[in-house]
Design a protein around this ligand. Structure first.
Ligand SMILES: Cc1cc2nc3c(=O)[nH]c(=O)nc-3n(C[C@H](O)[C@H](O)[C@H](O)COP(=O)(O)OP(=O)(O)OC[C@H]3O[C@@H](n4cnc5c(N)ncnc54)[C@H](O)[C@@H]3O)c2cc1C
Length: 399
């Protein structure tokens, strides 16, 4: 086991920390207050090439590994969850999915422009009646010559209104269950495609979340990603990468809470001394630090397996569950440490508290992660297709 980062991984982490502090952090609070997707920040991210972090250079990416990608994601989320959403959706849910499932033609056409921000993607799986039960897709794909006509509705789609291309999951026959589903790459300028932003969100206010409406949207058969009938597999593999970035982002929330709280706790005084000298405040900070370190190790282990090309659904699920929960506990305690000031948006911790909630809702709720983990442990359904996780964690250890 090697717990050291490579010089390249450390350099990219430092670069991202500096970029996030300089370009994102100063505007994060105001953007959240105004519910504004900040195109200036987005364009700076595009210009840096960050969106292509783990995409091979051949396709216009930075050619970095999953550890570097996780560290970058964590650093962005250490200052702003809304900005991290853009990064994660574009990279994990869309570009990496095209990299995994696309034909060479699809990859050459789409990936360079997704890496430089000329194209923006969204991932359209969730529907009014298909959230946790994702196989219950009602969006219909009707064959028409060499094309398909897509009709239906998607909800809660991150970046749905700003995307140039949507991955839309649709079924040829609802009775076929997951076997009837295909994934279509849809140009959002297509006739019959509309997006409507959702307002009044608890958190992620500076990110776009939209409903998508498809009314006989014509999509060439050549735009199917991963082959006809493989849409559910495509969707689940995308979530393996999406959950990884959610886990890394969640650790960023925890780290952000630690950084703000440790600074505040040594300045704010009660009973004649800094609140950081009161044991109950120290206990909250200690909990955050432990969970931050543990969460980081969990997501990095998943990243390590991704680098090796080993199936990692279980390890990613463990990281997503733990880190999402840790971020919620850290947000909760951070507001507590700030007392009354934590209840106002004068300080960032109330935003961290609100933004953390979605981490145990999207990309498979907390309960869905527990089902995956428990079924694996019980041998009911192995998340990685075969027994793994706990036994392999000890593989190579001498008795
Ligand atoms: C801000 C935001 C952004 C999002 N972005 C995207 C996106 O980009 N693309 C996309 O496709 N989707 C996106 N989603 C949707 C998200 O993935 C779904 O909301 C999530 O999967 C849960 O589905 P649901 O809302 O329909 O809840 P439901 O599935 O109705 O679940 C409701 C509750 O019941 C619980 N539950 C359901 N089934 C079980 C079970 N079998 N056992 C135990 N408990 C269960 C759930 O855990 C949850 O607590 C986003 C959501 C939000 C809030």
């Amino acid at each position: 086991m090697d717990f050291d980062f490579t010089p390249e991984q450390m350099a990219i982490r430092k670069h991202m920390r500096e970029f996030a502090e300089r370009e994102i952090a100063p505007k994060a609070q105001m953007n959240d207050r105004e519910g504004k997707f900040d195109w200036d920040i987005a364009k700076k991210i595009f210009a840096e090439g960050f969106l292509g972090c783990p995409i091979p250079e051949k396709y216009g990416g930075l050619g970095q590994d999953y550890i570097a990608y996780g560290l970058m994601t964590e650093e962005i989320n250490r200052v702003c969850s809304s900005t991290r959403t853009l990064f994660s959706v574009q990279t994990s849910l869309v570009a990496l999915t095209i990299l995994r499932w696309g034909t060479e033609e699809q990859k050459m056409e789409l990936l360079p422009k997704l890496c430089n921000g000329e194209y923006l993607g969204c991932y359209g799986l969730t529907e009014p009646e298909a959230g946790s039960d994702a196989a219950n897709q009602q969006t219909r794909a009707v064959k028409d010559g060499d094309d398909y006509l897509l009709s239906g509705q998607k909800v809660w789609i991150s970046c749905g209104s700003i995307a140039t291309h949507a991955l839309v999951f649709a079924t040829v026959d609802t009775k076929l269950g997951h076997k009837g589903i295909s994934c279509f790459i849809v140009d959002t300028k297509s006739k019959g495609f509309t997006a409507q932003p959702i307002h009044g969100k608890l958190g992620l206010r500076a990110s776009d979340t939209s409903s998508l409406f498809l009314d006989e949207v014509r999509v060439p058969k050549a735009n199917i990603l991963g082959g006809e009938g493989n849409g559910f597999k495509v969707a689940m593999s995308a979530l393996d990468n999406g959950r990884y970035s959610v886990a890394a982002g969640a650790v960023g929330v925890v780290q952000g809470c630690i950084d703000h709280c440790t600074e505040y706790a040594m300045v704010r005084k009660t009973f004649g001394k800094p609140i950081g000298e009161h044991q109950q405040v120290q206990a909250m900070i200690a909990d955050m630090v432990v969970e931050c370190e543990a969460g980081r190790l969990l997501y990095l282990r998943a990243g390590h397996l991704k680098n090796k090309g080993v199936r990692n659904t279980l390890e990613t699920s463990l990281a997503k569950l733990f880190c999402g929960e840790a971020a919620n506990r850290a947000g909760h305690n951070a507001v507590q440490i700030f007392g009354g000031y934590g209840f106002s948006d004068e300080y960032p911790v109330e935003r961290f508290f609100r933004d953390a909630k979605v981490l145990n809702i999207y990309e498979g709720t907390r309960e869905i992660q527990k089902i995956i983990i428990a079924q694996d442990a019980l041998g009911i359904r192995y998340a990685n297709g075969q027994p793994s996780g706990r036994p392999t964690a000890l593989a190579g250890a001498s008795a």
